[in-house]
Design a protein around this ligand. Structure first.
Ligand SMILES: [Ca+2]
Length: 88
């Protein structure tokens, strides 16, 4: 691997990891979600609901197949939102 190709691969992976971190942070901070799950995965699971459907269409327009690739059915169990209703 040449230096330029190695650098390009490094930068692509680095930026992808930052994007995953950012979308996971959005899921935790704004959606009270699981820290191991991205907003895209949550969108893939909820895309039949109003609001989520719009976000899903936008993500699919930007990156066709994104939701299917992002969905993590094994994640979500540590979402704070699962504890809604503790006061009842
Ligand atoms: Ca995960």
């Amino acid at each position: 691997m040449t230096f330029a190709r190695g650098l390009a691969a490094f930068l692509a992976r680095y930026l992808r990891n930052i994007a995953i971190l950012a979308t996971s942070a959005i899921n935790v901070i704004l959606l009270f979600g699981d820290p191991d799950e991205t907003t895209s995965s949550v969108t893939a699971k909820k895309c039949d609901q109003a609001g989520w459907a719009t976000l899903g269409r936008i993500l699919e327009w930007i990156d066709p197949g994104h939701l299917a690739r992002s969905r993590e059915d094994d994640e979500g169990k540590n979402a704070a939102s699962r504890l809604w209703g503790w006061w009842r």
